[in-house]
Design a protein around this ligand. Structure first.
Ligand code: GDP
Length: 428
């Protein structure tokens, strides 16, 4: 069976978790393919809220095998804590599998994340300071430790010794921090994490292909989003991995021909956490309204998100770089009280109109959004469960997004609850 990818089309927090959870009902396997414990999905199930950082959303569906793919960076202590938390909430994590090739986040990664952000001062990237960027940097520099190394004390100690030989002087001499003791660290990780994670560590590439070969449905779950992509985002204010659909191939170990549906999760407006350009940002009372009504605070970091009107210049770019087949639009209900509702359809940059995203970052910083105003619906949408119940203005708004994006919207979210959505069009 072909695989489906779910990817965010903006700067993250689009509500991917809810739709991944919804789609997982028909899946046999849900795979995370990049990122680390900065994903922060919030799922509301039967009134209970689960905050997942690392474990794929599919863990809540008992028939799903949740997989942490080779493209993810894993803090093993966080993973264990999350499994414990889920178990305490009655969720069984026994089926969870973690790629032996995934790289480990270790304490020096986090220490370096903190000091390098501080060092950048006003140019800081706004990272979550969890060591994710430094772990990916070590992976690229080929000095990373992998999940499989937790099962081999000799290799673990050897690699850790080599890497700390470089990191310790960096931490101590450049950043004035205490060095790490390699033996104490090795002992802690090999004793605490190795045996605990051993039953979950697997050849996930083999498992994913076995599922595909035997007709299983596989969902590949992206964390962060298109404009936080290392290659395609607003660099350097990006994440250190590739959330775009192509990243799913690398981070899970499948070729593009296995994927036949790519769903772009799009919030009905736009939010962004941390630094970086944001042409449609609203710093007025409408921006405050979106923060309040949409509860736009980071799941993990609690940081207030910057808010703005929907930007279809970005959306069209996301359609291209991900080859999106359809959209899942979230949080339509957050716009219930606004009238008119503005949609950015182009940018004006130095007197010139641009309908597609300029490649030069400075142009994005200077872009002035060109808006079209659509009438609001001024109706509570949170109880709507069928397209036919949508007020005409809400239906027009969705069709306008489809026209601008050039792809259909299949699902629409009208509230935070698991069942607060409607099928707008059948799956392509
Ligand atoms: P993710 O990282 O993309 O999964 O996004 P988050 O989990 O950080 O943010 C999603 C938040 O929005 C959660 O609190 C969801 O319960 C909530 N949410 C998801 N879809 C909707 C929706 O359609 N309407 C409203 N009001 N909230 C939603």
């Amino acid at each position: 069976m072909p695989a489906t990818v779910v990817v965010g089309t903006q700067w993250g927090d689009e509500g991917k978790g809810k739709f991944t959870d919804l789609l997982a009902r028909d899946m046999d396997m849900v795979v995370r393919y990049q990122g680390g414990h900065n994903a922060g999905h919030t799922l509301v199930v039967e009134g209970r809220t689960f905050k997942l950082q690392l474990v794929p959303s599919g863990v809540l569906s008992p028939h799903v095998t949740p997989i942490i793919g080779n493209g993810v960076v894993v803090d093993p202590l966080v993973l264990i804590a999350e499994m414990d938390q889920l178990a305490a909430g009655g969720i069984d994590c026994g089926r969870l599998r973690v790629s032996g090739n995934a790289h480990l986040i270790l304490p020096y990664h986090q220490a370096l994340d903190v000091v390098t952000e501080r060092h950048l001062g006003r140019n800081k990237l706004g990272t979550t300071k969890r060591g994710i960027g430094p772990a990916y940097a070590d992976k690229a520099a080929r000095v990373g430790l992998r999940v499989q190394d937790l099962l081999d004390p000799k290799i673990f100690r050897e690699k850790l010794g080599v890497v700390l030989h470089e990191k310790n002087p960096l931490l101590a001499k450049v950043y004035n921090r205490l060095p790490f003791d390699p033996e104490a660290m090795a002992q802690q990780y090999l004793e605490e994490c190795g045996p605990r994670l051993a039953p979950h560590i697997a050849d996930t590439v083999g498992l994913i292909h076995d599922a595909l070969d035997t007709g299983g449905n596989v969902l590949l779950e992206g964390a962060q989003a298109t404009f936080l992509d290392l290659d395609h985002g607003t660099y350097p204010f990006v994440t250190s991995s590739n959330p775009v659909a192509g990243g799913a191939c690398v981070g899970a170990g499948i070729g593009p021909r296995h994927i036949d549906r790519v769903i772009g999760v799009t919030k009905a407006y736009v939010t962004r956490v941390g630094s970086g350009p944001f042409p449609c940002e609203l710093t007025d009372e409408i921006g405050d309204h979106l923060v309040d009504v949409g509860h736009e605070y980071g799941t993990n970091t609690k940081r207030r998100r910057r808010c703005g009107w929907l930007d279809t210049v970005m959306l069209r770019h996301a359609v291209r770089v991900n080859s999106l087949s359809d959209l899942a639009i979230t949080k339509l209900d957050v716009l219930d009280d606004l009238d008119p509702i503005r949609v950015c359809v182009a940018y004006d940059i130095d007197g010139e109109r641009h309908h597609s995203l300029p490649y030069h970052q400075s142009d994005i910083h200077r872009a002035v959004p060109v808006y079209e105003d659509l009438p609001g619906w001024r109706t509570d949408l949170t109880g709507v469960s069928d397209r036919s119940e949508l007020p005409r203005q809400a239906d027009d708004y969705l069709r306008f997004i489809e026209e601008q994006a050039g792809v259909p919207a299949s699902l629409v979210g009208v509230g935070p609850g698991r069942d607060q959505f409607l099928t707008y069009r059948p799956a392509p």
